[in-house]
Design a protein around this ligand. Structure first.
Ligand code: ATP
Ligand code: MG
Length: 406
């Protein structure tokens, strides 16, 4: 891989440059009028920092490694240049977006369709756990954009007659550090073998591997690194707390969360089911009921709140067994977290709600356990091991791990 050019964070640039950057419009970045209108209709008044950094370079035809914090609009940063190029040279099976989970694939497809609705962009979502036949039909129609989890895409590349990606112009790896992880190694290598070498490649994530070998696997050509955050940064508007709980009192203490419910807050109880990429509006509080074993996952989990400039809170439960993992997280994000203030007496007065919360927690944990088991048994469906399994219901229109407070 050729040496990459580092783009400094605007935060380190002189004031005048910062002001100039902040007043930029989508049009200034080279985005065509019809797409600027689409942004406007989505309520995107101006581009975010990563969009300002990445879009012009992507439009110039560079390969991009985009690193920016959770909820900072990375999807738009790769979708807009692709749609822009598609408008210039319309072509079927133009771009492939690889994502680690099916829920994320649907979300990205929604964003492509929202931005591209007025220009008739067609996308297909190719993920496990869904009828293969209907996906084959969707691929037969030759959509412009394919959004896929690696495992199921391989199935179709190998078994769906007439489907190939030999004319592909753009490859995106969203949550790229995850896609380039060992779990997807075989699949990604297979995919890279059957798409043209002569293409543009975009890697995006809130946490990025610095391991050159891993990045080399993506076969980037003279990439530009657009980094508007440090490698493991959490959002400034996120207030992060921890709550120390001896493990035997853990569910008792769940009662303290009722304080949020009383204020009609939305709480996301985070396990790894709701970790990466998902953009769920109005999550005000993320609760890490169990501490993430991979410190990087912490960043993705708490990143489900405080998105797109909003504020949010996260509370991480720490038992006596979690202290070391917790310290590792603090070290990774370079922050010492304050303890979450609770009043024991108030908590005691909420026993009824505590009991209800306990029941809820038990039910959720059981449901998660069963789904995990089921998904393990689901042959050939190992393309989302990080498992956004429980959140799948969101896409199906069902309930998810989110409670609206009363
Ligand atoms: N320019 C913009 N102005 C306002 N909102 C925007 C803009 N661009 C994107 N958004 C919105 O910001 C939210 C977060 O965007 P997105 O999901 O792309 O974040 P992300 O950087 O990919 O986060 P994650 O690392 O968690 O995947 C979305 O609801 C999106 O519609
Ligand atoms: Mg994302």
């Amino acid at each position: 891989m050729a040496a990459s050019t580092e783009h400094d964070s605007p935060a380190e640039a002189p004031q005048s440059v910062v002001e100039e950057e902040e007043s930029k419009t989508f049009k200034d970045l080279g985005v065509t009028d019809v797409l600027c209108e689409a942004c406007d209709q989505l309520g995107w008044a101006k581009p975010t920092k990563i969009q300002i950094e990445a879009i012009p370079l992507a439009i110039q035809g560079r390969d991009i490694i985009g690193l920016a914090e959770t909820g900072s609009g990375k999807t738009g940063a790769f979708a807009l240049p692709i749609l822009n190029a598609l408008l210039e040279t319309p072509q079927r099976l133009f771009a492939l977006v690889l994502t680690p989970t099916r829920e994320l694939a649907f979300q990205i497809s929604e964003q492509f369709e929202a931005l591209g609705s007025s220009i008739g962009v067609q996308s297909a979502v190719i993920v496990g756990g869904i009828d293969s036949m209907s996906q084959s039909l969707a691929l037969a129609k030759k959509p412009h954009i394919v959004i896929a989890t690696p495992g199921r895409l391989i199935d179709h590349l190998e078994n769906t007659k007439g489907f190939n990606l030999r004319a592909l112009k753009y490859l995106v790896m969203d949550e790229a550090d995850r896609i380039l992880n060992m779990d997807f190694e075989t699949e990604v290598d297979k995919i890279l073998k059957v798409i043209p070498r002569d293409r543009k490649t975009f890697l995006f994530s809130a946490t990025m591997t610095k391991k050159v070998q891993k990045l080399q696997r993506a076969a980037l050509k003279n990439p530009v690194k657009c980094a508007v955050s440090s490698k493991y940064q959490t959002v400034e508007k996120l207030q992060q707390y921890y709550l120390f709980i001896p493990s035997k009192f853990k569910t008792k203490r769940l009662g303290s969360l009722n304080k949020f419910k009383a204020k009609a807050r939305s709480i996301l109880l985070a396990t790894d089911v709701a970790s990466r990429g998902l953009d769920i509006p109005h999550v005000d509080v993320v609760v890490n009921f169990d501490i993430p074993t991979h410190s990087k996952d912490y960043i993705h989990r708490v990143g489900r709140t405080a998105r797109a400039g909003r504020s949010g809170k996260s509370i991480t439960f720490v038992t006596q067994y979690d202290v070391e993992l917790f310290q590792r997280i603090e070290h990774l994000i370079g922050k010492k977290l304050p303890v979450f203030p609770t009043q024991d007496e108030e908590v005691m007065m909420l026993t009824e709600r505590v009991t209800e919360a306990q029941r809820f927690a038990r039910m959720e944990l059981r449901e998660h356990g069963e789904k995990k088991k089921r998904s393990r048994e689901d042959a050939g469906d190992n393309d989302d091991t990080e498992g956004a399994i429980g959140v799948r219901n969101k896409v199906a229109g069902g309930k998810m791990k989110k409670r609206k407070g009363r």
